[in-house]
Design a protein around this ligand. Sequence first.
Ligand SMILES: [Cu+2]
Length: 505
Amino acid sequence: MTNSRFSSAILATALGLASASPLLSAEPPKLVTAPLPGPAAKGNDPEIVGEEKAVLTSAPAVPPPIVRKQPTKVVVDLEVIEVVKRMADGVDYLFWTFGGDVPGKFIRVREGDLVEFHLGNHPTSKMPHNIDLHAVTGPGGGAASSFTAPGHKSQFSFKAMNPGLYVYHCATAPVGMHVANGMYGLILVEPKAGLPKVDKEFYVMQGDFYTQGAFGEEGFQTFDQQKALDEKPSYVVFNGAVGSLVGDKALKANVGETVRLFVGNGGPNLISSFHVIGEIFDHVYQEGGVKATQEQVQTTLVPAGGSAIVDFKLEVPGTYILVDHSLFRAFNKGALGMLKVEGAPNLIAYSGKEVDEVYLGSAGIAQDSKVGDLEARMKAAIKADPKIAGLSKEILMEKGKRVYSQTCFACHQPTGLGLPGVFPPLAKSDYLMADKDRAIRGIIKGQSGPMKVNGVEFNGVMPPVMINDEQIAQVLTYVRNEWGNTGDIVTLDDVRRVRAESAHQ
Ligand SMILES: [Cu+2]
């Protein structure tokens, strides 16, 4: 029953996407059809004075507190971009991001502000995206008004009526997949009176990730729908990657300072038991509300699609470890960060030695070790040698997998099984395996008209795929040797020969 796991929503997106990607059709269709409402449509808000551009920051930075005493119009300009980035050392993933990083940019406005939101979707995106801000009062939280095709920009406005720390996320179908790929961030609507003054503020957001390979398995990793359905993540991390808050990238503060953490959880599935080893939260604003509802807290729950604000004064120098206290996530899946506190020892509060290595060394976090470093250098050296790179079928396969998961998977599905009646399967496809040259031609020139795959007729249109000859060789080597297929390598020469031949026809 492999196909039962593709909902009709996924089908709809796959179909929508087929026409939405600029790489797949000569002319990107206009998915945003209605003219966007101009300022006149917003209604006149007599409270609003002036206008400013929102300061947006990447985690762990937080925009400065708002000192303004009156509401204003705040223009937020946020760009969705799909980027391949490091998930762990030696492990890459195609993240879908709000602003280039996971989590998305931190947005800070004041209660009563009118937020004019501009959402761009980078032209290189393969997918349409939108944004649902939990801070918005209104159906969909902005989702319907912000649905944006690649290479387009949408605009909508909302009044930040309710103060609090809110999650925002993409809500384009399949929503779970967009969120699982990193499409979330935080927006703080500061209460009119502001939050109590602290010395340092940081942005920490947890997320669970589902890759085909197990934790730490090297290479480019693609999204695993089944693991996501089963809620069995291979990675649980803070700020989008294993080790994003350790070593040089640790949060830094000094003894005597009070630190506030804006903690979010993008999910899509897990609830976080957020804890800082060696500290007690002086205040917790549970679930990101504006009241400090608890004092002296060890661990606070952060729901998927929710947040918490915590603050604490630092009395003792040393390294404090941020974890999801579901501890296998921390020590085996990446949900671990550090806060390094400098200052004079406080022998009354705490007498003795503390050792980071106890927490990290045994956890096998490769990026902190010499071995990890040497391995990375060895890999770089091998990669740089074209003879080795070109000869290895495994490398071709790996590169092909990458092309596949950026270009073909949306139609033929991550499993290669296609969608019945719409996209033919590549897994165990007799049609694919029967004729190598025909497969190359199909990618260069596109294919349409009736064809029989494993005895089943398809009559659709596959537009020409705009990838270079090397990528064609890589992706065809991959699909002809994956999912139970066994074939030979498709070489660059094969592709060039077919291209030359078909140019004469
Ligand atoms: Cu999205």
